[in-house]
Design a protein around this ligand. Structure first.
Ligand code: 8DG
Ligand code: MG
Length: 151
């Protein structure tokens, strides 16, 4: 950061890719949340829609093609644990697979140990803390929506 430049919040879009009762999670290798299980996702690019960002990030990180992408919720979190504090407004989306038989690939192995499906009632530990906070508050990606996922 340039001297005198003010740190600003960033916008991230992350995705609950759902299949049956499961969600896709990967163990992070990034400094924020290292070794914790998190959703695929990343930074919103200039001019991008939330849906567009969700599809691009899931494709870049897992190779999976998603559809029926809907907005679930937004969080506002400050990450003090990283080398440099950061602040994210994170947009949580939900999507399904175009082809439910498609398997996730670990396309950014420097950022993630690998992707796998986890039953919502049997999530792995430790979860990335923003996700852990949501789960503890009772948030459920299968029901927090307009109810049309099985259309
Ligand atoms: P990019 O440069 O490829 O666009 O980004 P990235 O390297 O893939 O970013 P990221 O760290 O995976 O995601 C951006 C931020 O989103 C992350 O630092 C904090 C916030 N975030 C949450 N919850 C989650 C989550 O469950 N998964 C991911 N990936 N990010 C999350 O608040
Ligand atoms: Mg990411």
């Amino acid at each position: 950061m340039e001297t005198g430049e003010k740190a600003l919040p960033k916008v991230a879009v992350v995705v609950f890719v759902v299949k049956g009762n499961s969600v896709l999670l990967g163990k992070r290798r990034s400094s924020i949340g290292h070794s914790t299980f998190a959703l695929p996702g990343g930074h919103l690019e200039f001019g991008e829609s939330f849906e567009g960002c969700a599809g691009r990030e899931v494709m870049e990180e897992t190779g999976l093609e998603i559809e029926k992408t809907t907005l679930l919720t937004v969080t506002n979190n400050v990450f003090n644990e990283s080398p440099k504090p950061s602040h994210y407004v994170t947009v949580f989306m939900r999507a399904t697979l175009v082809d439910p038989s498609q398997r996730p690939e670990n396309l950014e192995p420097e950022k993630c140990e690998g992707w796998d499906w986890f039953d919502w009632l049997n999530l792995p530990n430790p979860l990335f803390w923003p996700l852990e906070k949501m789960v503890r508050s009772g948030f459920n990606p299968f029901t927090n929506d307009d109810g049309n996922i099985n259309d």
